[in-house]
Design a binder for this molecule. Structure first.
Ligand SMILES: [Zn+2]
Length: 91
C-alpha cells in the first residue's frame, strides 16, 4: 500500500464530480499537490493534525483536459468518491 501522506509537488489523482444524471461519470484526473495543511478542517476531525486516522487533506491543482482549477482541503479517499484525491494505481 502506498504511503498515504501527501507532500507538495507530488502527483495524485483527483476524482471529478460526475453529472447527477450520469451523462458524465466521475473520472480520475491528474493533480499536483500544492499544499498540505497543518490541521484538518472537516468533521469528525476538525482541528486535529492533518493525517489523523489517515485523513489527509491536501490542496490540489487539478489538471482537467478542459482546463485547470485549484482546490484546497481536498479529502483523501481510497473509495475514490467524487471530490476526493487518492494515489495513482501502481502499474
Ligand atoms: Zn485514480
Amino acid at each position: 500500500m502506498p504511503e498515504p501522506q501527501p507532500s507538495v509537488g507530488r502527483i495524485v489523482h483527483y476524482v471529478s464530480h460526475g453529472t447527477p444524471g450520469g451523462e458524465y461519470p466521475s473520472q480520475c484526473r491528474a493533480a499536483i499537490v500544492t499544499e498540505v495543511p497543518e490541521f484538518l478542517t472537516a468533521e469528525p476531525f476538525d482541528g486535529c493534525p492533518n493525517g489523523t486516522e489517515g485523513q489527509w487533506a491536501a490542496g490540489l491543482a487539478v489538471l482537467n483536459p478542459e482546463g485547470c482549477f485549484f482546490n484546497r482541503d481536498v479529502a483523501y479517499s481510497e473509495e475514490q468518491h467524487g471530490g476526493t484525491w487518492h494515489w495513482p494505481e501502481r502499474a
